[in-house]
Design a protein around this ligand. Structure first.
Ligand code: P6P
Length: 336
């Protein structure tokens, strides 16, 4: 009979992480716990989405009596409504909302800024491909009142926490407050995220590259030369790298975090500044990958050192195992 070793819930882990900071007020832990609740609610909606055509919806109402909305809008509203009254935030911004999301005047303002992509990859939901929520947390710069655009436009280096929720065959909550990267798997039986991957580290080098090769003819020559290189036989292993591309950033990133490898969304003729968002996607994943021993850049500048100028700005993204990222940078910089 296997000895029951107990389990570490996300809530307990957050509290134990907080105890490492003597001056912690508990405000930050309470924010992360509120976020875990939002993740459970969004996860339930994502899991039900596949039933839209099966269980039938009457007009705008489903059989659960809930208004039927596009999932990413539903996820956005769920996260905002769960976080906007806890008194921890002074402002939010979302890839799904235009401009800043103010904290309603009837709720107290807090010391943190919350930036997020509520449901990245949501176009994949119809084919049951994993999708995810990505989040980034900064401490406010302004002293009081409503948070400002300046509070949001901070370089990623100043994040105090970041993470994602992966809604897949099982839901996972992966986060870091700067002390390692930790993964929690959702157990619907008890409604808790349970610690399943403590201190996640990304291998220095992998065997997988992840990019949309359909854009081959849109890529700059440097990236095409990289593609020819990475698909040639590697003398060290006597085989080329394998291509894995899900088309859902959180799923592609999560695989590379576990197995190693590199995800590349370069500038191309359709996306001269890249496609992915600096504030809602690149910054949080770059924070995680660096805390896990990996690297992330736009090919020339580390993502976490980029000074944002626009809340919705895009960036090229090369992220994953540090040796694999360095090879892509060498090609982009003309060194290879
Ligand atoms: P493409 C999904 O739409 C997304 O924002 C990311 O999740 C994903 O990595 C990327 O776009 C896929 O873009 O141009 O390859 O379809």
């Amino acid at each position: 009979m296997q000895q029951f070793k107990g389990f570490m819930t996300l809530s307990r882990h957050i509290m134990e992480q907080e105890r490492k900071y003597p001056k912690a007020t508990g405000e930050f832990s309470s924010l992360l716990s509120d976020l875990a609740v939002a993740a459970k609610i969004v996860g339930r909606s994502v899991n039900k989405a596949g039933l839209v055509d099966v269980i039938g919806f009457t007009g705008d109402e489903n059989i659960f009596g809930e208004e039927v909305k596009k999932l990413d809008i539903l996820a956005n509203e769920t996260i905002v409504r769960t976080l906007d009254h806890g008194g921890h935030l002074c402002v939010m911004a979302s890839e799904e909302s235009n401009g800043l999301i103010k904290i309603p005047p009837e709720h107290p303002k807090g010391n943190y800024v919350f930036l997020f992509d509520p449901l990245d990859g949501s176009s994949n939901i119809d084919v049951n491909v994993s999708i995810g929520t990505i989040f980034s947390i900064f401490r406010r710069i302004s002293k009081e009142g409503d948070g400002t655009l300046q509070d949001c436009l901070q370089p990623g280096f100043y994040q105090v926490a970041a993470g994602y929720v992966l809604y897949g065959s099982s839901s996972m909550f992966v986060y870091s407050t700067g002390q390692g990267v930790h993964g929690f798997t959702y157990d619907p039986g008890i409604g808790e995220f349970l610690l399943s991957n403590e201190n996640m580290t990304v291998p220095d080098r992998g065997k997988i590259f992840s990019m949309n090769t359909g854009y081959l003819n849109f890529w700059p020559d440097e990236i095409r030369r990289y593609y020819d290189y990475i698909t040639s036989v590697d003398p060290a292993t006597n085989r080329p790298y394998s291509l894995r591309y899900i088309g859902s950033l959180v799923a592609d990133f999560h695989r590379n975090l576990l197995y190693g490898g590199v995800f590349i969304y370069p500038p191309d003729k359709k996306h001269p500044n890249g496609k992915l968002r600096l504030m809602y996607e690149a910054n949080p994943l770059a924070f995680l990958v660096e805390k896990a021993g990996g690297a992330a850049s736009d090919g020339f500048t580390p993502i976490l050192q980029k000074q944002p100028v626009d809340i919705d700005q895009e960036t090229p993204l090369i992220i994953g195992s540090k040796e694999d990222v360095a090879v892509v940078e060498d090609f982009l910089r003309g060194k290879k």
